[in-house]
Ligand binder design. Structure first.
Ligand code: NAD
Ligand code: UDX
Length: 463
């Protein structure tokens, strides 16, 4: 089957960029991205591409290239489903906040709603593609819903997990390490796989398109994220030992990274990993393992999360103890709120948890992030439900100018590794701070020698 019409349900951090790249690389395919969130769709359609809801370097240009030609953003979900031959499901799959599996299992209610909607609307055969990250064997549930509530039409379910990382989404999509497609081993399943392979083959070399059975594909995505997060927790565990022993975690990381069996990537020690994926996907893996009675497997992976929670808490404790065991009424400036640089996404950002700890100690927090606005900072803190919203608003302020954010503060904490922080006039910042002036570098971003020679008390992670 030659695909000429694609629908993607979910216009978020994955659906938006992924479909924009497919549209650019496949001018013969009409791509419609739909979402229930009208505000989000309006922003995707904003004439000024600086206002699209997902900040990713290079994304604005790609959207501009195809929008209105073969790339459309719409809230008309039924229409887009009806017209498409191939439907990507790219909705959110957060950790459950209620009921059984609360705090661990993936919440699949949005996935199920999509499946039911596809079943209700479809009048001809469709290929349904799981783009969202899902627990292994979810395709079975989707198939059941489609087969039992459909209009007698045939559905093929494929798993095509997305491996892009935020902040580098466009380059990851244009030149992926691999594209993974899982499908049924039946002839119909293989035909569906081929149809999706043909879409990617418009720009991805064939030897980078991997096909597997559905379960391997679903499980590979959780496995990849668990392995990546585990590297960060491993190096973070070493960072604490480095601080006690005089070793320097950056030197240790370089030394082990040059071993070709280990490799150099994902060994940056930090205040802890954040983002919408790692924690949720590992918790999901832990939950699945437990549900099969594999308690040792579950405990092994859970430790990655425990280590990460410890790393975040350790950072806030270090700030309090260094500031003479009290931060009450002191101004602490956060440079960065996003969970990593080059994104406006703040989900599970370490900054949220560090701020929450310091607010418990009655600190005043001043936030500057080049891409995150005040209402997002407050929404993130309110989501934790640690205290009444008005208390968060009273103790947390944000600034549009970094120098204003740092003025009269007792300490600066670097929470995100935005490049621009390196180029600030640190002498000017120092002159306008209270003394002694402290910098807690949660990303090992700044130059220790330069800062100490200005007069800062500088503390990094793992040295
Ligand atoms: P997101 O929250 O940014 O976007 C999901 C969108 O789906 C939202 O805009 C929401 O309104 C919409 N939606 C939910 N239910 C809907 C429905 N029934 N009909 C129409 N729209 C609906 O999420 P995201 O970050 O894009 O992640 C999507 C999936 O991709 C998740 O499963 C995630 O694990 C996976 N993933 C994310 C990343 C990442 O870096 N963010 C990377 C790889 C995989
Ligand atoms: C991750 C996976 O990398 C990606 O393949 C998957 O599709 C989605 O989840 P993402 O969460 O966007 O992507 O960002 P990633 O670059 O993996 O960073 C996750 C967190 O780990 C960030 O908070 C980052 O700052 C932190 N990190 C990463 C470190 O602390 N040290 C490192 O060496 C690498």
């Amino acid at each position: 089957m030659k695909i000429t019409n694609i629908c993607c349900i979910g216009a978020g951090y994955v659906g938006g960029p992924t479909m924009a790249v497919i549209a650019q690389k496949c001018p013969h395919i009409k791509v419609t991205v739909v979402d229930l969130n009208t505000d989000r769709i309006e922003k995707w359609n904003d004439e000024n591409v600086d206002n699209i809801p997902v900040y990713e370097p290079g994304l604005g240009e790609i959207v501009k290239h195809s929008r209105g030609k073969n790339l459309f953003f719409s809230t008309e979900v039924d229409k887009a489903i009806d017209e498409a031959q191939l439907i990507f499901i790219s909705v959110n799959t957060p950790t459950k906040t209620y009921g059984s599996g609360k705090g661990m299992a993936a919440d699949l209610k949005y996935i199920e709603l999509c499946a039911r909607q596809i079943a209700r609307v479809s009048k001809d055969d469709k290929i349904v593609v799981e783009k969202s990250t899902l627990p292994v064997r979810t395709a079975e549930a989707i198939k059941n819903i489609l087969d039992h509530t459909g209009n007698g039409v045939q559905f093929q379910i494929l798993s095509n997990p997305e491996f892009l990382a935020e902040g580098t989404a466009v380059e990851d999509l244009l030149a992926p390490d691999r594209v993974l497609i899982g499908g049924d081993t039946t002839p119909e399943g293989q035909k569906a796989i081929q149809a999706l392979v043909d879409v990617y083959a418009n720009w991805v070399p064939k030897d980078r398109i991997l096909t597997t059975n559905v379960w391997s594909s679903e499980l590979s995505k959780l496995t990849a994220n668990a392995f990546l997060a585990q590297r960060v927790s491993s190096i973070n565990a070493m960072s604490e030992l480095c601080e006690k022993t005089g070793a320097d975690v950056t030197e240790v990381a370089r030394a082990i990274g040059m071993d070709s069996r280990i490799g150099s990537k994902f060994l940056k020690s930090s205040v802890g990993f954040g983002g919408s994926c790692f924690q949720k996907d590992i918790l999901n893996l832990v939950y699945i393992s437990k549900s099969f009675g594999l308690h040792e497997v579950a405990d092994y992976w859970e430790q990655v999360i425990i280590m990460n929670d410890h790393q975040k808490r350790r950072f806030s404790k270090k700030i309090v103890s260094t500031l003479y065991n009290t931060v009450a009424d002191k101004k602490i400036t956060f440079l960065g709120w996003a969970f990593k640089k080059d994104t406006n996404d703040t989900r599970e950002s370490a900054a949220i948890y560090v701020a929450d700890d310091l607010i418990n100690e009655q600190a005043n927090i001043a936030v500057f992030d080049p891409k995150v606005a005040y209402n997002q900072v407050i929404a993130d803190l309110n989501y934790l439900e640690s205290r009444a919203p008005h208390k968060n608003e009273a103790l947390v302020k944000s600034f549009s100018d970094p120098y204003e954010a740092c003025k009269d503060s007792h300490a600066i904490a670097i929470l995100t590794e935005w490049d621009e922080f390196k180029d600030y006039d640190w002498k000017k910042i120092y002159d306008n701070m209270l003394k002694p002036a402290f910098v807690f570098d949660g990303r090992n971003l700044l130059d220790r020698e330069k800062l100490t020679s200005i007069g800062f008390h500088y503390q990094a992670i793992g040295s």
